[in-house]
Design a protein around this ligand. Structure first.
Ligand code: PMP
Length: 287
């Protein structure tokens, strides 16, 4: 049946099954090269948030990696919707990835073989935006194409673990003292009433949430500045915010165990509130 029956149903290349039973071939190039791209989006009451933006970024990532994925957005959306509908939770995080092909291991692209689609969704409550979080600073040792949402996430995995081991929510990456983003989120700062974040170049993932916060700030008459900032400027910010699909906009109050920020909480809360309102009205509009 297609009922909302499970909490752990997944999909791979045409088959829906409980995640424990869902297997993918060892020769899926995602397994041994991470040769693929992914997206993650919020699903509230079985309705998508910002689906168009996520599909558009997926197409960009696929194009960068020259992965042919002939499925239409309509067909893909139908599969994503079914994956979400089969999960009971009213508040989900839906993940999907596209890998290049299933083929014998050779570095160059295989002569034949089609892209593989893996989808799963699970109940994840919306983040609590109240408490100021802790972050650590780490050198950004990732590659030169962080704008591609590639499956190769080892530096991000190691950074997230390092943050966790120090009781922190995130790691802030910097290249020679210039802040790029976090291990799985973007970083925004408030200084003298201006919202500032690194430019959307190849050093960061162009976050959907980042773009929405910039849009909301402009609507509220808050000036925005998309120029890179240093660690010193970050430590001197009035407020810092981690943004992502799952985090929405989390305030940061400690960097490497030192207290920072808390100097423009009114504007911080105003932006968070406006974002949540925009989020819920978008979900409403998808009825
Ligand atoms: N940067 C990185 C490295 C990410 O992995 C993510 C997504 N988890 C983001 C930023 C935030 O992107 P979005 O707002 O689209 O979730």
């Amino acid at each position: 049946t297609l009922g909302r029956i499970m909490e752990n149903i997944g999909y791979y290349n045409g088959t829906f099954a409980p995640m424990e039973q869902l297997s993918i071939p060892a020769l899926d190039r995602g397994v041994y090269f991470g040769d693929g791209v992914y997206e993650a989006l919020r699903v509230e009451r079985h309705r998508f948030f910002a689906l168009k933006e996520h599909l558009s970024r997926l197409r960009d990532s696929l194009a960068f990696l020259r992965i042919a994925f002939p499925m239409t957005d309509e067909a893909l959306t139908a599969i994503l919707q079914e994956a979400a509908d089969r999960v009971d939770s009213d508040s989900q995080q839906l993940y999907f990835q596209v890998t290049r092909a299933t083929a014998m291991r050779t570095h160059s692209f295989p002569e034949s073989g089609e892209a593989n689609l893996l989808v799963f969704s699970r109940g994840v409550p919306l983040a609590d935006l109240t408490d100021y979080r802790r972050v650590v600073m780490l050198a950004d040792t990732r590659w030169g194409h962080c704008n591609i949402k590639s499956l190769n996430l080892i530096p991000s995995v190691l950074a997230a673990q390092a943050a966790k081991e120090r009781g922190c929510s995130e790691a802030v990456f910097h290249r020679d003292g210039v802040v790029s983003e976090c291990s799985s989120s973007n970083l925004l700062l408030l200084k003298d009433g201006v919202l500032r974040t690194a430019p959307a170049d190849e050093r960061i993932l162009p976050g959907v949430t980042r773009a929405h916060f910039l849009m909301i700030a402009r609507e509220l008459g808050v000036p925005v500045d998309e120029t890179a900032f240093t660690l010193e400027e970050m430590l001197d910010a009035d407020e810092l915010m981690i943004t992502s699909t799952s985090a929405h906009g989390l305030p940061v109050g400690f960097v490497d165990d030192k207290p920072v920020c808390g100097r423009d909480e009114a504007l911080l809360r105003k932006l968070q509130k406006a974002y949540r309102e925009f989020f819920w009205s978008s979900i409403e509009a998808n009825a």
